[in-house]
Design a protein around this ligand. Structure first.
Ligand SMILES: *[C@@H]1O[C@H](CO)[C@@H](O)[C@H](O)[C@H]1NC(C)=O
Ligand SMILES: *[C@@H]1O[C@H](CO)[C@@H](O)[C@H](O)[C@H]1NC(C)=O
Length: 221
């Protein structure tokens, strides 16, 4: 009997721990909640102000333009065109979004970054991409693949990942993300380009670099 009781207590604790460890967006509490910045016309609150559902229109759930290539004339040679709650207010609370990513030929890079709130599933429409993600400490195991047209790869929520165009043509991919607002932390920009800058002594020690190299890197972001 004691054994059964202990088992039930352990089971209850594990269930609680599992529900606390849930990392996805909270379940939607209503059919939808069109995001609204103007609170005068807002009525329901579910994390954000929502438009009165009676005033919602098809355009609240619509976006046009993912057929257009993003401009990759920049330092990294890639461009993300996001389609999240900022572009489609009707995505608010629904826990899903989309992006188009364009990569310049010969080395267009979507640099190492994480999405703190979303898992990503990436489908390649054109080109050849070297992709990968690294698991959390202590293993920091690197999972990598070379993807071609029609291939799909998953980047688990929160993990550092990248895509690099190793082909001679431009590349195009589409990504689904498990949040209406996945967030992005681009590692190099966040670390070396923070505002105000992190004390270079901290970064020199953390990255095992000469302080002059850190100061140089800080001028690059
Ligand atoms: C792409 O971006 C570059 C750099 O900002 C700019 O000079 C160029 O005009 C842009 N091209 C197009 C087609 O918008
Ligand atoms: C609400 O404000 C954000 C941040 O300023 C902006 O990006 C977004 O387009 C606005 N959304 C609407 C529906 O006006």
């Amino acid at each position: 009997m004691k054994g059964v009781q202990n088992f039930l207590v352990v089971f209850a604790l594990l269930t609680l721990a599992f529900s606390l460890a849930s990392a996805s967006d909270p379940s939607s509490l209503q059919d939808f909640c069109v995001a609204l910045n103007d609170t005068k016309h807002a009525i329901f609150v579910n994390g954000k102000f929502c438009k009165d559902p009676k005033l919602a229109t098809a355009d609240d759930f619509f976006f046009s333009g993912l057929d257009k290539a993003g401009n990759t004339s920049n330092a990294v040679g890639s461009r993300v065109t996001p389609v999240n709650v900022d572009q489609i207010p009707g995505l608010n609370t629904l826990g899903i979004s989309l992006a188009r990513i364009d990569y310049a030929p010969y080395g267009g890079l979507n640099p190492p970054h994480t999405h703190p709130r979303a898992t990503e599933i990436l489908a390649v429409k054109k080109g050849t991409l070297y992709v990968g993600f690294v698991t959390s400490n202590p293993d920091n195991k690197f999972f990598t693949k070379i993807l071609k047209r029609g291939d799909v790869f998953v980047f688990p929520a929160g993990l550092i990942h990248f895509q690099f165009n190793i082909g001679k043509t431009n590349a195009i991919a589409f990504a689904g993300l498990s949040s209406q607002n996945p967030g992005v932390i681009t590692i190099a920009n966040a670390v070396f380009g923070s505002n105000p800058p992190i004390n270079p002594d901290v970064l020199a020690k953390a990255f095992k670099l000469d302080k002059k190299v850190v100061e140089f890197l800080q001028t690059q972001f």
